[in-house]
Design a protein around this ligand. Structure first.
Ligand SMILES: C[S@@+](CC[C@H](N)C(=O)[O-])C[C@H]1O[C@@H](n2cnc3c(N)ncnc32)[C@H](O)[C@@H]1O
Length: 213
């Protein structure tokens, strides 16, 4: 597909039959650069909406001192298991079935939470549920790290992000790129304070939030 906004979400099968999202191939290295600085050694990191499992595979191999806990909707668990079997990293934990909208999450406490390209993929109701869930399971002083595109002052930051938003809404009218300012307010309600807003390639950001007591 030539439309860059749609390519962002396309998934192909690799020669060894692993699901590969084009976007992950481009963003995994820059995301790793940030996570390697932000995550403390020994942390258990819960990933929400792990998708193909490529981030779990990439980060668990590069950061063996971190325990990576992927999670996804039930239908996407086999993809993550395929990557887990492929990389055979001990710190790549078996994926959990976790819908961010559910009230009870299948984890007690984690040191950090990470998600990539999840916030724009779902509607506000699910984002609020996700923040509440993070508020329940993230330990005090732990980090919640969100990678993806955001709008500032209700403006798209690029034509590509505008196109992506149109595509997202065509498949789910409740979804779409969220306002940075609203995300910060929603997170605050769950005792998550923005500590960094990092510029990433291709008009994406990484928001780093810290849980306060
Ligand atoms: C755009 S994809 C991003 C996948 C992956 N994080 C990545 O960066 O390639 C969004 C993912 O969110 C997942 N997702 C959608 N709704 C969800 C929900 N309610 N709870 C958990 N994950 C969800 C989808 O299954 C999909 O894999």
């Amino acid at each position: 597909m030539s439309d860059p906004a749609i390519v962002k979400h396309s998934i192909e099968m690799s020669a060894d039959n692993l699901p590969v999202a084009e976007s992950c191939l481009r963003n995994q290295e820059p995301i790793f650069d940030v996570l390697s600085k932000e995550l403390q050694s020994g942390s258990v990191v819960l990933e929400l909406g792990s998708g193909t499992g490529q981030h779990a595979a990439f980060i668990s191999q590069r950061l063996p001192q971190i325990r990576w806990q992927p999670s996804e909707l039930a239908e996407n668990i086999p993809a993550i298991n395929a990557w887990r079997e492929h990389v055979k990293a001990e710190n790549f934990l078996p994926p959990l079935v976790l819908d961010i909208a559910q009230d009870l999450w299948p984890v007690k406490q984690v040191d950090a939470v990470f998600s990539a390209n999840l916030v724009h993929f779902v509607g506000w109701e699910k984002v609020r549920s996700m923040m509440a869930g993070i508020g329940r399971v993230l330990r005090t002083s732990g980090l919640a790290i969100f990678y993806g595109p955001y709008n500032y002052n209700s403006e798209f930051t690029s034509a590509g992000n505008r196109q992506l938003d149109e595509w997202l809404k065509s498949r789910d009218p409740s979804s779409g790129i969220k306002d940075f300012e609203q995300i910060v307010i929603t997170a605050r309600k769950e005792k998550l304070r923005l500590i960094k807003d990092i510029d990433m390639p291709a008009n994406n950001r990484i928001l780093v939030m810290q849980k306060y007591a």
